[in-house]
Design a protein around this ligand. Sequence first.
Ligand code: PLP
Length: 265
Amino acid sequence: MVWIDLKRVPVALTIAGSDSGGGAGIQADLKTFAALGVHGTVAITSITAQNTREVRAVQDVSVDVIKAQIEAVVSDIGVDAAKTGMLHTSEIIEAVSEEISRYKIPLVVDPVMIAKSGAPLLKEDAVGSLIRRLLPVAKVVTPNAREAEVLAGVRIGSVEDARRAAKLIADMGPEGVIVKGGHMEGSESIDILFYQGDFIELRAPRLESRNTHGTGCSFSAAITAELAKGKDIREAFRVAKDLVTHAIMYGIPVGKGHGPLNPMA
Ligand code: PLP
């Protein structure tokens, strides 16, 4: 049983896509929020027909309904911290940026671009909107090495390169930048945080698992949950790295492709 202080329940909001396979997107986020004792709320941006192998169809939710979901949650329940996941188009990114600025919600941006299966989750022409509209209102941004390459415009082949990219991305507005090393080579998965002029590096052994679908979603959701509890970015980073390492270790073997990781582990 996860302990929640009923006198002051922390609330997190995920603004992201739905994964019908229950592995990534808002489904991963809600599991992660629950595992960390935070009440989870959602604004669904796109509905994906998806399983452990492929994304078969995508239907974007209208911008009005995305905004209405955020406003419904903020006006009644209140939000301590929010995260974004799949934001498919420039219009969606701009609408979300307006809402976040209006309500001044601490925001974690997971700059989701391409699913593990290869399906694009962010239209190519929307990368500019992400940089211009969302990063300036973000508290933390959590790219993997490939996403960091696109944002920073540099190639990342080493931890040194990742540090350089993190500094360049920090210049785009967010207080903290975490470049995740899960997609890089080596016996360890090394994530780096650049925050207030300093780097923190966290390492974990590289785990061999097929069941890693939703890793980035759970990582950014864990950061959001800890910020919602009032923790600082460094503490949130440690909790998220630890949660994801265990969640991969105990990944759920369903489907014939990449099964979900297990944030409840
Ligand atoms: N589907 C949705 C709706 C997502 O939000 C994401 C990631 O954020 C993914 C799929 C991709 O997950 P993965 O790269 O782990 O396959």
